[in-house]
Design a protein around this ligand. Structure first.
Ligand SMILES: *[C@@H]1O[C@H](CO)[C@@H](O)[C@H](O)[C@H]1NC(C)=O
Ligand SMILES: *[C@@H]1O[C@H](CO)[C@@H](O)[C@H](O)[C@H]1NC(C)=O
Ligand SMILES: [Zn+2]
Length: 401
């Protein structure tokens, strides 16, 4: 999430050096994202199938109030770290009230000073691992581990220790409700930032990004979903996040699912094509007739033409506008949030890309119309769509392994 006061766009996110090849062809894919600030740098470790071992399965007690277990790396005073820990506890409880979780979610959180290029960011979170599972429409997609665990699959790719990696910027002046003081005009409510970041970690995140732009300083020409290679450098395919299943592009007044664009990009390179360098792969895709689809998505993502259509039976029926107003496209901000201009002053404020100083959770809830939770109805329907159970939607759509 970005701070509002300093608006320097970070372009460095798009760079990653080599393609990582790891998974064997007979193994299911896992994608690890060690740095929440740079999801384009991912590893695909060997991820053998695990049969759900009853002894390992943690049966969660009924009535548990907080499903989030946070390991906090905090190198500040004990008093500061305690406030951070309490805010995490409050955010974990809030999410645990709204979602019907079955399994605990483990968070690796770090509270630290951010580097110069990251200094406008309040915080960042990303699924630590995503697993490839088969959605109800038979398309293979990436499911964040926090979500995959809730499905109680009999077999699944191996889980990693943490579900979510999160980092919070210690250089801002933070406001904590527990201090019982009036917020200063330059302070940010830490609780709101944690809530926002944890929701990303739960899967409120698109895979559409600038993966194929090799040079940080070149103009972005197109967006693609994520992609993978097998261990022997053979191309596997483009692969979306489960969030992306519900995205639509508005083109010539028609709504077209983003999955259609992924399917087209899949045709730009025959499966199992061997590549020795990343540049070779990039050139091949960009010179294919299918690159026009990557261009169309970029155009939509920078002209307010990306929608999230909630799954049937979820609590919100209408299309939700995603953040697609930023031009140039901003990795980590565009598409991965709800539209700021439309929803900042509604009950769905928590998932807009910027947070403004001097605004507390209480103020934002009141301005949004006093919804019962800081997690608004549109945000809940996104979480229900990707597969989280709630009281209103106890049987969400599940993937298969
Ligand atoms: C936890 O997060 C920190 C900071 O992002 C990272 O350096 C560390 O490797 C992470 N630990 C694990 C086990 O992933
Ligand atoms: C793209 O290709 C991969 C590999 O064949 C496949 O798993 C995936 O379902 C395809 N995605 C779409 C949207 O067609
Ligand atoms: Zn965000």
């Amino acid at each position: 999430m970005k701070s509002q006061s300093l608006l320097l766009y970070i372009l460095a996110l798009t760079q990653f050096l080599t393609i990582t090849f790891a998974a064997k062809r007979d193994h299911k894919q896992c994608f690890d994202f060690p740095d929440p600030l740079n999801p384009t740098r991912f590893d695909t470790p060997d991820c053998p199938t695990v049969e759900n071992d009853e002894t390992y399965h943690v049966e969660v007690e009924r009535g548990i109030q907080n499903f989030f277990q946070v390991d906090l790396n905090c190198y500040y005073t004990a008093a500061v770290c305690k406030k951070i820990r309490n805010a995490f506890n409050d955010a974990g409880k809030e999410i645990s009230k709204v979602l019907k979780l079955k399994e605990k979610i483990y968070v690796n959180a770090t509270y630290e000073s951010f580097s110069y290029s990251e200094k406008t960011l309040l915080g960042s979170a990303y699924p630590a691992r995503s697993l490839s599972l088969i959605s109800d429409d038979k398309i293979t997609r990436l499911y964040p581990q926090a979500l995959a665990k809730q499905f109680s699959l009999k077999k699944h790719p191996e889980y990693s220790k943490y579900d979510i990696n999160a980092r919070f910027n210690a250089d801002f002046s933070w406001w904590f409700k527990a201090d019982n003081k009036k917020i200063k005009p330059y302070q940010y409510d830490f609780f709101v930032v944690i809530l926002h970041e944890l929701i990303h970690g739960l899967g409120f995140i698109s895979s559409w990004d600038t993966y194929l732009e090799t040079n940080t300083y070149q103009t972005i020409t197109g967006l693609t979903s994520n992609y993978y290679f097998y261990e022997n450098n053979e191309f596997g395919g483009f692969i979306e996040n489960i969030f992306d299943r519900y995205l639509k592009v508005i083109e010539n007044k028609k709504k077209i699912p983003l999955s259609y664009y992924t399917a087209q990009l899949n045709k730009s390179v025959p499966p199992m094509t061997l590549f020795y360098t990343r540049l070779e792969f990039t050139n091949k895709v960009k010179s294919s007739p299918q690159w026009k689809y990557a261009k169309s998505v970029l155009k939509a993502a920078t002209s307010n033409n990306i929608l999230f259509t909630p799954a049937k039976r979820t609590s919100w029926k209408q299309d939700i506008y995603l953040e697609a107003s930023l031009k140039p496209f901003v990795s980590g901000s565009s598409i991965c949030h709800v539209s700021q201009s439309k929803y900042r002053k509604t009950s769905d404020f928590v998932m807009t890309y910027q947070q403004f100083p001097g605004e507390t959770e209480k103020y934002l809830i009141e301005r949004g119309g006093n919804y019962k939770s800081p997690i608004g109805p549109r945000i809940i329907s996104v979480l229900e769509s990707i597969g989280y159970a709630t009281a209103a939607n106890p049987n969400p759509i599940k993937p298969k392994y």
